[in-house]
Design a protein around this ligand. Structure first.
Ligand code: NAP
Length: 324
């Protein structure tokens, strides 16, 4: 089969190689998926670039955790009735060497989740990280009925789903964006208000839009950018649910945080376990049957994986996929 691999970390065009590899065979409890699409996410790109760590845990990595395709073989202990099933995948390359940038992947049966017949495989390859993250972030906010939620980066991959899910949960959503076009998109997704964080005074506008109190919850794409402002953006007893940061360190004002009794709540979707993982996978599956809006697609052939990574690095403004 054809696959993209890297065996050292570095710039996409230098380290990603198109190679031939033997088609993998599923072991006990595993399925093999003939992939139709591989989803590219910022974390795949950061792992390959060596942003968090320059160490490679495996001698060779096939990147990407998200993907969709059809099960074409099962290992011992897996119902043979799964052969032929269309599936979406999660965590394919989390703590594993081989992800979805290949014509086939082998992974534990539970990580290949049935995709409804009327949902496209390109949608299936788009939902793993972005929609699981948004679903879980909104769930961590607790009941949102009648609450006000600030979603930073409301037109991004995770942010766009978070806006839709928070609005459906009964929240009044304020989204931050950086252009008129993104403001229109966030409003079409369900944001009641938008704030251009590059042009407006974020704190002043959010406090004005929340009756001078601050929001009940903030779903944050950039902790380094916003943590110094949490005490002003979030009302007393509120919560920041944090899934991203543009820098590795951030500062907090002790006084506003302790006086406001504000909770900081971090999570990484790869490490959801047990009940939270089950709920998130089931939630994302149920949502596949609803009419959520998806970002525009930007699809590359496998051989152009480096260009796909570069688009994500630039700030994709689209869901970037590889077509297998
Ligand atoms: N914890 C987890 O499990 C988890 C899961 C998924 C993603 N992530 C992380 O979350 C981040 C976003 O992922 P994504 O897939 O949604 O990426 P994406 O599609 O590129 O979206 C990122 C969005 O964030 C916006 N943004 C960036 N800095 C901002 C700031 N300071 N204020 C307001 N908006 C800001 C960008 O908007 P503008 O271009 O308009 O600035 C863009 O719309 C990445 O760092 C990723 O690694 C974490």
């Amino acid at each position: 089969m054809q696959a993209i691999v890297y065996n050292t970390k570095g710039p996409a065009a230098e380290v990603l190689q198109l190679v031939e590899r033997a088609r993998p065979e599923p072991g006990p409890g595993e399925v093999r998926v003939a992939l139709a699409f591989s989803g590219v996410n910022p974390s795949d790109v950061k792992s390959r670039a060596g942003t968090a760590s320059s160490q490679l845990s495996y001698s060779e990595v096939i990147p990407h955790s998200d993907g969709a395709g059809v099960i074409d073989a099962v290992g011992a202990g897996v119902d043979a009735g799964r052969i032929g099933q269309r599936v979406w995948l999660y965590n394919a390359q989390w703590e594993r060497a081989h992800g979805t940038a290949a014509q086939a992947v082998v992974l534990p049966s539970a990580q290949a989740v049935a995709l409804p017949d009327d949902v496209g495989l390109e949608v299936g390859a788009s939902v793993g990280i972005p929609r699981m993250t948004a679903f879980h972030a909104v769930a961590r906010c607790g009941s949102l009925l009648g609450r006000t939620v600030l979603v930073t980066g409301g037109a991004g991959a995770v942010g766009a789903y978070a806006v839709q899910l928070a609005q459906r949960a009964g929240a009044r959503v304020i989204a931050t964006i950086s252009s008129l076009q993104k403001a229109d998109r966030a409003r079409a997704l369900g944001a009641a208000e938008t704030v251009n964080y590059k042009e407006e005074d974020l704190v002043a506008r959010v406090r004005e839009l929340s009756g001078g109190q601050g929001v009940d919850a903030l779903i944050d794409v950039d902790a380094a950018g916003h943590a110094p402002l949490y005490g002003s953006l979030i009302r007393e007893g509120g919560r920041a649910v944090i899934y991203g940061s543009n820098k590795p360190q951030f500062q907090l004002g002790f006084g506003p945080m302790i006086l406001g009794g504000i909770t900081l709540d971090f999570f990484i979707v790869y490490k959801l376990r047990d009940a939270a993982l089950r709920e998130t996978v089931e939630g994302v599956s149920l949502l596949l049957r609803q009419q959520l809006q998806h970002p525009p697609l930007s699809i590359y052939p496998l051989a152009e994986c480096a260009a796909a990574h570069q688009q994500v690095e630039r700030g994709a403004d689209a869901k970037v996929l590889l077509k297998l």
